[in-house]
Write a protein that binds this ligand. Structure first.
Ligand code: NDP
Length: 477
């Protein structure tokens, strides 16, 4: 089998490899991917540092052309890359193709942003002096990504990093190196100079740690768990380095008595269970007012009955497998915890067997949960959702905000008054009205508050806040 190698200083290198396994069919090896070492990471950082002076001064047209070419190729290969994504991560083929299209759109967006780079010229408060405010690239950006969006998250970090003139060392999650390798290959062939983008696949404890330990990495953008995020923060402060963290969520969706039941059920089913509940924006707390509670639970349970859990590549599958055995154990452990805490298992909770061996779990719904239970406070990151019954809107809002996280929050209501109040008073970074808590646009800011995020927002033009450093220059006229 071919080994997909690391890209360091413009050369494909590496002979040690790790198997990329299909969670829908654990007999299938998706590919063999290089297992990078500390030495590889140091070489990649050195290459990115050496490439920075020229790339930071490269013309915006060159950056535009490369990013545009990459976006076009990803779009042209959306079915093939979507299939690779579905096979390595386990989300359904339509979801995987959708994510691939989004990656392409992100490259298109930043191809455009490259042509819109601008500064400000303002008068000084002192006579005969001019003031210019410009943005400089940071330098070498370390990119560390999780397994749950194998193409979109790398795209939304690599595209702005390159657009604003930075060079990159990129470490994808070991579980899903396939899509990352593919987009690095695409960008390399699109004409990036040597060393501008380096790929080091391998273990977080080895490759990721070597990035954290290097004084030559001037910025780190990280998406992943809270625990690893804290390590990134501690190591970055040590090096006085800029960092950006996108971490977990325990996103609430409020359902009020006046909600349109169909809209509420569709949004809850999508938020909680699509992509196997493995989205940081997934809603795992459904906070439902008394008047609609029983009707809502009955309709949601009926909906869950119609959802097909099966091989991600099979037409008709609504929910693919859990990503791996470790995550499956986390999910089933939390189901046990929920039972023991006294929540009522209203649907699912069991492992399922399918034609191909994989990590299949029924969508699982708890009712009679409280917001103090561990299943309501800790991120599970699987298709496990609890319903919390509340008296009225005020209690619903207080319960929604009573969490250490603050990524996304939703409300299902036909009341303009409550929708407006919720948008203003939710403590989340992203708020959805009559929509799933997951599913966002690529051209506007993405990110959270409280324990979910740290640092500037990602995506859209707000991405410049992280990937550049502002400079103020004064000139005597
Ligand atoms: P992890 O924190 O385990 O891993 C994230 C990345 O960090 C991986 O590439 C991992 O490498 C790497 N890593 C692990 N250890 C270290 C280390 N010591 N130093 C540097 N890097 C390291 O998260 P998961 O991959 O399990 O992703 C799931 C988590 O991500 C969930 O908690 C989820 O909520 C969160 N997430 C948040 C999003 C957001 O935008 N807020 C979006 C998507 C996910 P390796 O995998 O090879 O060990």
């Amino acid at each position: 089998m071919t080994i997909y190698q690391n890209l360091i200083a413009g050369e494909w290198v590496g002979s040690d490899a790790t198997k990329n396994i299909n969670p829908s069919n654990t007999n299938e090896v998706v590919g063999l991917y290089a297992d990078g070492s500390t030495e590889d990471t140091k070489n990649a950082i050195a290459a990115a540092k050496a490439a920075f002076p020229a790339w930071s001064r490269s013309g915006i047209w060159e950056r535009h052309v490369i990013l545009k070419k990459a976006g076009d190729e990803i779009m042209a290969r959306k079915d093939e890359l979507g299939a690779l994504l579905a096979r390595e991560e386990g989300k359904t083929l339509p979801e995987a193709i959708g994510e691939t299209i989004r990656a392409s759109q992100i490259f298109e967006f930043f191809a455009g942003e490259a042509l819109r780079l601008a500064g400000e010229v303002v008068p000084s408060v002192r006579p005969n002096i001019g003031v210019e405010i410009t943005r400089d690239p940071l330098g070498v950006i370390g990119i560390i990504t999780p397994w749950n969006f194998p193409i979109a998250i790398p795209a939304w970090k690599i595209a702005p990093a390159l657009c604003y003139g930075n060079t990159v060392v990129f470490k994808p999650a070991e579980l899903v190196p396939g899509c990352s390798w593919a987009i690095v290959d695409i960008l390399h062939r699109a004409g990036l100079p040597k060393g501008v983008l380096n790929l080091v696949m391998g273990k977080g404890s080895v490759v990721g740690q070597a990035m954290l330990d290097s004084p030559d990495v001037t910025g780190i953008t990280f998406t992943g768990s809270t625990g690893t995020g804290r390590r990134v923060a501690a190591a970055s402060i040590e090096h006085n380095r800029k960092f950006q963290l996108e971490m977990g969520g325990k996103n609430p969706m409020v359902v009020l008595d006046d909600a349109d039941l169909t809209v509420a059920v569709e949004a809850a089913a999508n938020s909680g269970f699509f992509s196997t509940g493995q989205r940081c924006t997934a809603s795992s707390r459904l906070i439902v007012t008394e008047g609609i509670h029983d009707k809502f639970v009955a309709a949601l349970t009926e909906k869950l009955n119609t959802l097909v859990v099966d091989n991600a590549m099979k037409p008709g599958t609504h929910i693919g497998p859990v990503v791996d055995e470790k995550q499956l154990k986390t999910d089933t452990d939390y189901i046990e915890i929920g039972r023991k805490e006294g929540a009522k298992l209203a649907f699912g909770g069991e492992l399922i067997t399918r034609e191909t061996p994989g990590f299949y779990l029924q969508p699982t719904l708890f009712t009679e949960a409280t917001n103090q239970m561990r299943i309501s406070r800790e991120e599970i990151f699987g298709p496990v959702v609890s319903v919390i019954r509340v008296k009225d809107y005020d209690e619903a809002l207080a319960t929604a905000n009573d969490t250490p996280f603050g990524l996304s929050a939703g409300i299902a209501t036909t009341s303009l008054k409550h929708a407006t109040h919720f948008k203003r008073n939710s403590e989340a970074g992203m708020v959805m009205v009559n929509l799933p808590t997951a599913g966002v646009d690529f051209h506007v800011p993405f990110g959270g508050r409280k324990g979910s995020s740290y640092g500037p927002r990602e995506q859209g033009k707000y991405a410049a806040e992280f990937y550049t450093s502002v400079k103020t220059a004064y000139t005597l006229a």
